[in-house]
Design a binder for this molecule. Structure first.
Ligand SMILES: Cc1cc2nc3c(=O)[nH]c(=O)nc-3n(C[C@H](O)[C@H](O)[C@H](O)COP(=O)(O)OP(=O)(O)OC[C@H]3O[C@@H](n4cnc5c(N)ncnc54)[C@H](O)[C@@H]3O)c2cc1C
Length: 398
């Protein structure tokens, strides 16, 4: 086992750290940097994205021939953690969800023509994208087999009808990946399609208000009324919708973990600074054992999360789906994010609860981590199924 980073990866990581410390964290301190949904203001975003691009810190997850940095998943883990020490980080480096997962899956499964038309503009940062799967009850949520949105073939095109919700980024996206039912086959009943925001036959019903700060374009409810999609905009084979979703969700869930570890580390940085300076009852807070235990536990949880994330990343790099490993990382790191930011708020006292630090932003944002891309309970159900069928092979080497 070798835990050393390659020289190139470590160089990128350190340059990301410098950019976050010198450019992004100071911007977080200015209320004018935020839009009305508590994300980075769009005009400012374009300016800092252009700086990031000029410094070669753009689209780390994409191959170099597409304008990215061609990092492996393990290398991405080290870099994503660094970039999301700022709440603005991922979107500035074109590594925010859902574009991040959408780019990775299109790069894996799309045809060359589809890549040129649908992927390259996302890599270039000229358009944003959405992944359209979840439906209101009684449709598909945790259980994709309940999908009710249909795509019916008519000659050389498909006609789509249905209802979706919580589609991140749909308010600003131009390129959409849609999952719809194309047959009643239990395993091969879903298919994946691409559509453009200007295609007729769909409407954005509303941007759903949520408790946390929002990604650009919000989380939206969409309806499809006889939307026509040409067959050339189908991704993979008919019936491969679930397969595409699984190919997308492994890396996409794991990059969530990488980013959440960055937010967790930032939370402890803020708390460490506070307890190192603040005194009570005649001594620094940092010198009190009760404070040390809180910090020590959270620091340890972050390291546990990193090891789970790195192991899953390494397996993905070997070509494995790493389903169990990604599920374990996702459950653990979602909890680590909660623990870290909650600990930091507690140790910073009233300042932690205020908007003078990003802790309350991170705290509200964190709540989605146990829900998005599979609720923690569903991942645990999958892990239990694996344990029951594999026995002690659950933990096998290699
Ligand atoms: C901020 C945010 C962004 C999102 N972005 C997108 C997006 O871009 N595209 C998209 O398609 N979807 C998106 N989603 C939807 C997300 O993927 C779903 O919320 C998730 O899959 C769970 O589905 P559900 O909300 O319908 O929960 P349900 O399926 O209704 O489940 C509700 C709860 O029941 C429990 N539960 C469910 N099944 C089990 C089980 N088998 N065992 C034990 N407990 C169980 C869990 O606690 C779960 O939270 C987003 C959601 C959020 C909150």
């Amino acid at each position: 086992m070798d835990f050393k980073l390659s020289a190139r990866c470590d160089d990128l990581r350190q340059r990301l750290k410098g950019f976050v410390d010198d450019v992004l964290i100071p911007l977080e301190e200015n209320a004018a940097s935020f839009d009305q949904h508590e994300n980075i203001d769009t005009a400012l975003l374009e300016r800092v994205q252009s700086q990031a691009r000029d410094q070669g810190l753009w689209s780390l997850q994409m191959p170099r021939e597409r304008g990215g940095q061609g990092l492996s998943m393990v290398e991405m883990a080290a870099c994503y953690e660094e970039m999301n020490r700022s709440i603005f980080g991922p979107v500035v480096f074109n590594s925010a969800a859902p574009d991040d997962g959408n780019m990775m899956v299109l790069n894996k499964v799309a045809s060359d023509a589809q890549k040129a038309r649908w992927l390259q503009p996302i890599v270039d940062g000229t358009v944003r994208s959405s992944f359209v799967m979840t439906e209101p009850a009684p449709g598909s949520g945790s259980d994709p087999s309940m999908m009710r949105t249909t795509a019916v073939r008519e000659g050389d095109h498909w006609v789509v009808n249905g209802h979706k919700h919580f589609i991140t980024g749909a308010g600003v996206a131009s390129h959409f990946i849609l999952i719809a039912r194309t047959s009643d086959d239990a395993r091969k009943g879903l298919s994946a399609f691409l559509f453009h925001k200007d295609d007729p036959g769909w409407e954005l019903v509303r941007r759903i208000p949520i408790m946390g700060p929002e990604e650009h374009g919000g989380h939206c409810e969409l309806k499809f009324n006889n939307m026509v999609i040409p067959d050339e905009n189908r991704l993979m084979e008919v019936g491969d919708g679930l397969k595409l979703t699984q190919i997308r969700l492994g890396p996409a869930r794991l990059t969530h973990c990488m980013r959440w570890l960055g937010l967790s580390k930032r939370s402890l940085e803020i708390a460490s600074r506070y307890v190192s300076e603040r005194e009570s009852f005649g001594m620094k807070l940092a010198d009190r054992e009760g404070v040390q235990w809180l910090l020590g536990e959270a620091a340890m949880a972050i390291q546990v999360g990193r090891l789970l994330t790195m192991h899953a990343a390494w397996k993905l790099d070997q070509g494995d789906f790493a389903r169990k490993e990604v599920s374990m990382a996702k459950v653990a790191v979602a909890d680590t994010l909660h623990k870290s930011v909650d600990t930091a708020i507690q140790l910073c006292g009233a300042i932690g609860y205020s908007r003078d630090t990003p802790l309350e932003w991170i705290y509200r944002y964190a709540r989605q981590a146990r829900l998005v891309d599979g609720a923690s309970e569903v991942h645990k159900m999958v892990l239990s199924r694996n344990l029951l069928s594999e026995g002690s092979e659950f933990w096998k080497w290699g």
